[in-house]
Design a protein around this ligand. Structure first.
Ligand code: HDE
Length: 697
């Protein structure tokens, strides 16, 4: 984190009325206007008499207020709420075989800036709605900036850019009433997608746990479209990009996500910031699925169709590098808000394919920066500036910073032999794509199967994940008020998988009401489940990067607390103390602790696993606090590992929770108990408990 610069301490001067003036005699600390004029008084505007009207002449006040009035720029039409971080990418050995890109040569380190985002909500919306997460990475390479502008879901709602404005209009707040904010659970969204069978595969992902991630450190990322990598000899290999977090992917449970939205609307942003600030740097592996034309032709779907994945069983992942985020921005606006991503920011060694969604994006992102950042010179804003030399004949325009000397602002020229020229060897050359044909507005027939991979996704999920998908569809469609939209969607779900359709219909009390939908292509019934699609099945047994809370009171067992703290640190997890009061407290060994949160400010939804460790007197006090009982009940209901000290037993009685090691409720009476608790926490959720707290639908 940037530390405040050392300097001379200001002199505090109070004047009549108690008004505080912090003054300095140091030139290098003198407050100035934007023109550099020193300011003598930053507390009072210039008035005609102490009680008189303010003068128009007050250039200091007017400059300050005018600048303030213009502090906001138009927010992004999508992905408005985001969080950013700096870091580096380090290329692995294999990458250079596939691509000549300078940043993919073995061992090469390249600086990156990453912005994660939600899609539908405004800049001030919450972090945990059910939504896709943006995963945009800017690589500052020596051959120019490469932006990999992806999402945490490997497919998209639509196949052609032509439909993007319609999709976004439908999911954003409804146009007349301006609600709901940051939510897809409303009529216009489901009306639109239920008329667009191509969105069915993406809907399965969006209704899965992927859309409510535990943190931004726990999301996977995908480039979605098929790209090309080009090697030194000009050979092209198709690739799909995949980011995998080294601590594994993980999600919230829905009710927890809803409560977090109230308890800490900045839950993901804070988590990313604090992790980096405390040196627990998030890390991802970048891999590609690399394949040639022959494999592309052998697939029964089109690699240009962004609503399809290539199962890893067909084309496995090849790691090409890793990314570490190790530095927080110093200024949110200058960096996270002003960063301008564009899939068209590309470097030699990488190329596009004619995926009709990608092709439309290549126009949109440049266009949007022109209005968002005020003109064509946004590449001069430090966060967007390439680190390599940038020279051309583009000139002038709003906010131009560069003052290029000389008169030869054109090419070819004979007046300035040193001015920039084409470089056929190093320069970007497009791969001669053979896909051109007659000029048509037409969707390729190879894009027509909209249900097979949606079914494959369903069949790849574990039972709890399937139950969550059923609940999510039930929740969202129950919020839809137009009956015809609900019955249309039920028809699609029947096609994806009859069991899914029936379970959602039963949960909604709408059995037998599904529309009969005729698919363009009958869904295949023979696609095998693809295990990597499930995040529960591949969750690593680790609590690295997790936050565990201990609910403590004065006089709590100091030895147990110390044993717990040591054991968690060893596992790379953080321990936070939650207490009835924020002031310091002493444990039974006489050690003083400063609680991180009170029970109200630190509800258990904010933590991955919890320990209830009061003294006997403390437990008696907590027994009278509804918030304390809810704290425990929520942790139980959200399937978290729970440990309790003997003294906490009455609280568990009150919460109607039976201690049971097999269900992740562990007695913390010894070091052994600490290990049992950690073992339970490594399961992330105690899925066997779910049927007790949330009968399956
Ligand atoms: Fe975007 N998208 N998008 N998108 N997108 C934007 O660019 C657009 C799509 C993605 O953190 C906008 O600077 C069109 C797919 C991310 O700054 C805009 C289409 C994927 C971000 C835009 C798509 C994405 C954006 C809004 C369909 C995953 C946030 C502000 C043809 C591969 C980047 C901006 C950041 C942002 C247009 C579809 C990812 C308007 C027209 C597919 C992560 O230009």
């Amino acid at each position: 984190m940037a530390k405040a610069k050392a300097g001379k301490k200001p002199v505090n001067r109070k004047v009549a009325g108690g008004e505080l003036h912090q003054t300095t005699a140091a030139d290098n600390q003198t407050l100035t206007t934007n023109q550099g004029t020193p300011v003598a008084d930053n507390q009072n505007s210039l008035k005609s008499g102490a009680r008189g009207p303010t003068l128009l002449e007050d250039f200091i006040l007017r400059e300050k207020i005018t600048h303030f009035d213009h502090e906001r720029i138009p927010e992004r039409i999508v992905h408005a709420r985001g969080s950013g971080a700096h870091g580096y990418f380090e290329a692995a050995r294999g990458a250079s075989k596939l691509s000549k890109a300078a940043f993919l040569q073995p061992g090469k380190r390249t600086k990156v800036f990453v912005r994660f985002s939600t899609v539908a909500g405004g800049a001030g919306s919450v972090d945990t709605p059910r939504d896709v997460r943006g995963f945009a990475v800017k690589f500052y390479t020596e051959e120019g900036n490469f932006d990999l502008v992806g999402n945490n879901i490997p497919v998209f709602f639509i196949q052609d850019a032509m439909k993007f404005p319609d999709l976004v209009h439908s999911v954003k707040m409804e146009a007349d009433r301006a609600f709901p904010q940051a939510a897809s659970a409303h009529d216009t969204f489901w009306d639109f997608v239920s008329l667009m069978p191509e969105s069915m595969h993406m809907l399965m992902w969006a209704m899965s746990d992927r859309a409510i991630p535990r943190s931004l450190r726990h999301i996977e990322g995908f480039g979605i479209h098929t790209f090309r990598l080009i090697d030194v000899a000009g050979k092209s290999t198709f690739v799909k990009f995949h980011w995998r977090p080294t601590i594994g992917a993980a999600s919230l449970v829905w009710e927890e996500a809803v409560k977090i939205a109230g308890a800490d609307p900045d839950y993901h942003r804070r988590d990313l910031w604090e992790s980096i600030d405390t040196g627990a740097f998030p890390e991802w592996t970048l891999s590609v699925q690399a394949f040639d034309e022959k494999i592309a032709d052998s697939l029964d779907f089109d690699i240009l169709d962004p609503t399809k994945i290539i199962p890893e069983e067909i084309v496995p992942l090849t790691p090409i590098g890793r990314m570490v985020l190790d530095r927080n921005p110093v200024n949110f606006f200058a960096e996270t808000e002003q960063v301008a991503f564009h899939p068209g920011h590309i470097v030699p060694g990488i190329d596009f394919t004619p995926d009709p969604l990608l092709q439309g994006r290549l126009h949109s992102y440049l266009d949007t920066q022109l209005s968002r950042l005020g003109g064509p010179n946004f590449h001069e804003i430090p966060i967007n500036k390439p680190v390599c030399p940038m020279r051309n004949f583009q000139r002038d325009g709003h906010m131009r910073m560069l003052a290029v000397p000389g008169r030869t602002n054109y090419e070819p020229n004979s007046l300035d032999p040193a001015s920039p020229r084409e470089n056929p060897v190093r320069g970007f050359a497009s791969f001669p794509d053979p896909n051109a044909g007659p000029k048509v507005r037409e969707r390729s027939e190879t894009f027509a199967d909209h249900y097979s991979q949606a079914r494959q996704f369903w069949r790849s999920m574990t039972p709890p994940e399937q139950a969550h998908i059923v609940s999510a569809f039930t929740f969202e469609l129950s919020k839809v008020t137009t009956l015809a939209v609900r019955t249309r969607m039920l028809g699609h779900l029947d096609l994806i998988e009859p069991e899914l359709g029936q379970r959602v219909a039963a949960a909604m009390g709408m059995e037998g009401k599904a529309d009969d939908i005729v698919p363009a292509v009958e869904p295949r019934d023979d696609l095998p489940p693809s295990p990597p699609l499930s995040i529960v099945a591949k969750a690593p047994a680790t609590i690295e990067g997790r936050t565990i809370a201990a609910l403590v009171t004065p006089g709590c067992d100091g030895k147990l607390l110390a044993a717990l703290a040591t054991a968690l640190k060893k596992e790379g997890a953080k321990l936070k103390l939650v207490a009835p009061k924020i002031g310091p407290l002493k444990d039974s060994s006489g050690a003083t602790h400063r609680p991180d949160e009170t029970i109200d400010g630190g509800p258990s939804v904010l933590f991955d696993a919890v320990v209830v460790l009061p003294s006997e007197d403390g437990a008696a006090e907590l027994l009278n606090m509804a918030a304390a009982i809810n704290w425990i009940r929520d942790a139980y209901g959200h399937l978290k590992a729970i440990a309790y000290a003997d003294a906490a037993a009455p609280l568990f009685d009150e919460a109607a929770i039976e201690p049971d090691v097999d269900l992740g409720v562990v007695e913390l009476d010894s070091k052994r108990g600490v290990q049992d608790f950690i073992a339970a926490a490594k399961k992330h959720r105690i899925w066997d408990r779910e049927k007790l707290v949330r009968p399956p639908v």
